[in-house]
Ligand binder design. Structure first.
Ligand code: NAD
Length: 489
């Protein structure tokens, strides 16, 4: 592996030693340092300040001031929308860096990040246009003819907390929608992957948004916990694990802080008896283990009819064997390393558990021999998996796929619905309407018939313990509003 971008990712961050607070790049009040480690070289790529609770106080105060007294929430929707379109243009101009940042921090293949990072400017463009078309004041009449104005007002100061796996896009879902609505934002990116939030901050600064409207403070769980308890925060928009989401929900309940949650998943791909494998594998192969399986909507459970179980398993394993594992900066790499050492430990633990509980290891299970360093793991496939097994119930967040056999469609639906999660899913069949009928029975926030589609202009989110609320689409804007009803007596 020779590509030097795993040592120098060519991401040019103006002030990596500072925090973005109140429109300025400021020093942290503490001396803590966060190191971004390359999952390939295991070398430090960049250092950032580890924000303190005092820094959070300063950022919340700046966001509060910008919301309570600043121009942003009071601007017309047209003005805010135009400002977001400018941010979109600036992000677009930095595309290669945005893709590099994702690849160097997470190990996601550059072939994927090059187009997936496009969602960042697309989100700012989408919400920049949508807010200009949104009716913010609607006139209605009471039964007695009295006039009522139902007004959408921004919810206030938003804490945007994001994970490390898709740090750019997950942040932009929140920030573009929140800013469009007129909110101000304190963003706490994951301590392992702060680069993207800095690039977004630079674009927001360059677009001339008022000071305090957007603030960035990378920090870990403890300082994040301080942020969610902060009385200056009106809404928490959280993407991350279900465990952390439940904790945050409990904390938020104390003050009835508004919340949105995008949490874990254990999505099922149901192949009906008539599934065309040529069609199915176009999405099932890449999206059962995207970004080394570290994507919330990965199709990690493959449900196959008993009559075709061996045929489908053999074909799938052959296809997975064809994926090139290696340097994520090489164009033909299909799978890079896991993002960090603790991920490697976690995934190895689940593989051991799968074997201990009696699943059959069909492919992988170990570390690829050709790499002397880096958090690489082999793509791993288990068959004979029962729905009660840990590997069929818990989110592994690694390239580990479970094959589960079903007897008939009712059994397939029951098995698809047999976890606490309900984020995504897929149904493969040659009869699209039959696929739709099965999709309607799957308890998850989205399902794709014969593919895997996530579209920023459509709602995305979870049933059950996969989340609350939706991001993307019109529905992704609504959670950043409060409704105010003004009656004329
Ligand atoms: P995590 O829950 O450990 O951390 C997510 C973020 O929350 C990080 O910034 C972390 O510092 C912060 N955090 C953790 N505990 C906190 C607390 N008590 N108070 C405030 N902040 C806190 O998750 P992770 O390991 O970073 O990410 C992986 C998880 O994210 C997986 O479960 C994955 O499914 C989920 N995810 C969901 C979606 C979705 O859209 N549904 C998208 C991507 C990732």
């Amino acid at each position: 592996m020779t590509d030097s971008r795993n040592l120098d990712p060519q991401v040019h961050i103006k002030s990596p030693g500072a925090l973005f607070v109140g429109g300025q790049w400021v020093k942290s009040s503490g001396g803590g340092v966060l190191e971004v480690i390359s999952p390939v070289s295991e070398q430090v790529l960049m250092r950032f300040p580890d924000a303190t609770t005092a820094d959070m106080d300063r950022a919340v105060a700046a966001a509060r001031e910008a919301f309570d007294h600043g121009p942003w929430p009071r601007m017309s929707a047209q003005e805010r929308g135009q400002a977001l379109l400018k941010v979109s243009e600036l992000l677009l101009a930095r595309m290669p860096e945005l893709a590099n940042a994702w690849t160097c921090q997470v190990g996601a293949p550059i072939g994927l990040t090059k187009y997936a990072a496009m969602q960042a400017p697309q989100l700012f463009e989408y919400y920049g246009k949508l807010i200009q078309q949104t009716t913010l004041v609607e006139e209605r009449r009471r039964d007695n003819g009295g006039l009522v104005r139902v007004c959408k007002e921004p919810v206030g100061v938003v804490a945007a907390i994001t994970p490390w796996n898709a740090p750019l896009v997950l942040l932009c879902y929140k920030v573009a929608a929140a800013l469009a609505a007129g909110c101000t934002v304190v963003a706490k990116p994951s301590p392992e992957t702060p680069m993207d939030a800095y690039l977004v901050a630079e674009c927001i600064e360059a677009a001339g948004l008022p000071p305090g409207v957007f603030n960035v403070l990378p920090a870990g769980r403890e300082v994040g916990d301080y942020l969610i308890r902060h009385p200056g925060i009106d809404k928490i928009s959280f993407t991350g694990s279900t465990a952390a989401g439940k904790h945050i929900a409990a904390v938020a309940a104390q003050r009835l802080t508004r919340t949105s949650f995008e949490l874990g998943g254990k999505s099922a791909a149901i192949l009906l008896e008539d599934a065309d494998l040529g069609v199915a594998f176009k999405s099932l192969v890449p999206y059962s283990m995207p970004i080394t399986g570290q994507v919330c909507f990965s199709l990690t459970r493959v449900l196959v009819p008993r009559s075709r179980q061996q045929e489908i398993l053999d074909a799938y394993v052959a296809a997975i064997r064809g994926i090139k594992i290696g340097d994520p900066f090489e164009a033909d790499t299909g799978m890079g390393p896991l993002a960090m050492a603790r991920q490697l430990e976690r995934v190895q633990g689940y593989i051991a558990k799968g074997q201990a509980e009696g699943a059959t290891l069909v492919l992988g299970g170990g570390r690829p021999k050709q790499f002397s360093k880096g958090f690489f793991i082999e793509p791993t496939v288990f068959s004979d998996v029962e729905t009660t097994m840990t590997i069929a119930q818990e989110e592994i967040f690694g390239p580990v796929v479970s094959f589960i056999t079903y007897d008939d469609v009712d059994d397939a639906v029951r098995k698809a619905n047999s976890t606490v999660y309900g984020l995504h899913g897929a149904v493969y069949t040659q009869d699209a309407e039959r696929g739709y009928a099965v999709a309607r029975r799957v308890r998850s926030g989205s399902v794709t018939v014969n593919g895997l589609v996530v579209d920023i202009k459509m709602p995305f989110g979870g049933f059950k313990q996969s989340g609350q609320g939706r991001e993307g689409g019109i529905e992704g804007l609504d959670p950043y509003f409060e409704l105010k009803t003004i009656h004329f007596a």
